[in-house]
Design a protein. Structure first.
Ligand SMILES: [Zn+2]
Length: 441
């Protein structure tokens, strides 16, 4: 294993500190020294590779705290639920993992996957079979009979796609324990869901307080944290009271519930890139304007709460929701930082801190990666230019010049060109065909 001395580069340390120019030494899998000590120690080490980063920036690799690597840029839930196959979606995930590296992502949390096969993808990457970012993952997302966000598509019991229905206390206990045995890093709970008849009310909390308490009790007893998808005040409040360790979305909260999250310092990953893309590009993609308005409201209405959480020191994590056609792999992992700046008023360095130091929480590696400091894992990114002056650089392939995971330089060459997989996506019949001779209305 090699040692690397990065010299003359601007260093963004991921902890929100001002940019400074200094040397950084990496030995094996870790950052060992910074500044003059790095230069001094490098003199004594045999075979150190020196990299001149003049005009470039060294920063911690991005951590995407909400990425579905098994969905393969699906354009609909039915495609994920009914068209995917187990081995093939795991192989495809490994192919797509390279795209994340090329986008500067060195770590990601996959909340839920089809066939819960992200456990196998993670283990394959950890064993070095392929290159990819560090992965932490959940198994199936737990839901009640009310369902998640896919309404009537979800079966009344058992598994549909990335969901599993648990009915009653016995099933909750058994499923949490099974997921821990299978290898979940986190237990994922879809705390809020939509019943089609009541869709106008938005997402409703679909669990009783004592059911959520039970999930957290069983998971925590085994040392495994719980993450909850929460929209709406009741969902967020009950999740916080139950002791959930990470909340996705956290929209629709009252001031009181926001206060509860602050009191308990529960990290939040708003994952609003999907909505932001719809706001900026929905019109071009033919998205229903009413839906665009709805998503815009979701971001704007939650801005005040998010600012309050951030000011109070609650970690906000960046998540892209990649895995859907609106947020394809490799394209938008940096984008949440733009959302945090534009809608929540953060500086570029604060937004970068969310995507690096705070992101380490998602990997269950807080204080071990996501920062440039002695003793941290060498999960690093070299950027051409200075992203603290232009955050958009992190969304440009040309600017991502080097990526290190666990002290190893990653191969950033383009993945092999790919052709369609048979039966993989749902064919569309296209637009409605009207007969000009028929009076339709
Ligand atoms: Zn998601």
């Amino acid at each position: 294993m090699s040692s690397f001395l990065f010299q003359n580069g601007a260093v963004i340390n991921g902890a929100g500190d001002p940019v400074q120019t200094c040397s950084v030494l990496v030995e094996k899998d870790r950052i060992t020294e910074l500044g003059p000590q790095a230069d001094a120690r490098a003199m004594q080490l045999p075979g150190v590779q020196r990299l001149d980063l003049s005009g470039k920036t060294l920063m911690p690799g991005l951590i995407d705290a909400h990425c579905h690597l098994s969905f393969d840029d699906a354009s609909s839930n039915p495609e994920i639920f009914f068209q995917r196959r187990n081995a093939l979606s795991a192989i495809t995930a490994l192919y797509n993992a390279r795209k994340l590296l090329r986008a500067g992502v060195t770590g990601m949390l996959d909340p839920d996957s089809v066939f819960e096969n992200m456990v196998d993808v993670r283990d394959a990457l950890e064993a070095g079979l392929m290159q990819g970012p560090r992965i932490a993952c959940g198994c199936y997302a737990l839901i009640t009979g009310v369902g998640g966000t896919a309404g009537g598509l979800i079966r009344d019991a058992g598994v549909t796609g990335y969901y599993k229905v648990v009915n009653g206390r016995d099933e909750i206990v058994a499923e949490v324990r099974r997921q821990v045995k299978v290898g979940a890093d986190w237990i994922k709970v879809h705390v809020s869901g939509i019943a089609p008849r009541y869709a106008h009310l938005g997402e409703q909390c679909s669990w009783l307080q004592d059911e959520l308490d039970l999930i957290c009790h069983v998971a925590h007893d085994l040392g495994v944290p719980v993450m909850g998808h929460c929209r709406g005040d009741v969902a967020n409040r009950r999740a916080a009271l139950a002791g959930v360790d990470l909340i996705f979305h956290a929209t629709g909260m009252s001031a009181d519930t926001t206060g509860l999250l602050i009191e308990r310092k529960i990290p939040v990953c708003p994952a609003m890139t999907f909505q932001a893309n719809m706001i900026d590009f929905g019109a071009d993609l033919g998205t229903d304007p009413a839906l665009v308005k709805l998503f815009e409201r979701e971001i704007i209405d939650s801005a005040e709460n998010m600012q309050r959480l951030h000011r109070a020191g609650v970690p906000l994590l960046c998540g892209s929701e990649a895995g859907f056609s609106m947020v394809p792999y490799g394209h938008w992992h940096y984008r949440e930082m733009e959302v945090f700046m534009k809608y929540f008023g953060m500086s570029a360095l604060q937004a970068i801190q969310c995507a690096t130091q705070s992101g380490a929480i998602a990997l269950r590696m807080a204080g071990q990666t996501g920062e440039i400091a002695a003793g941290m894992k060498a999960d690093l990114l070299v950027v051409g230019g200075d992203p603290s002056l232009d955050i958009g650089l992190l969304g440009r392939s040309q600017a991502i010049e080097g990526v290190w995971v666990d002290g190893k330089p990653m191969d950033l060459s383009p993945p092999l060109p790919r052709r369609p997989i048979r039966g993989w996506s749902l064919p569309s019949m296209g637009k409605r065909l009207t007969n000009p001779h028929v009076l339709d209305a």
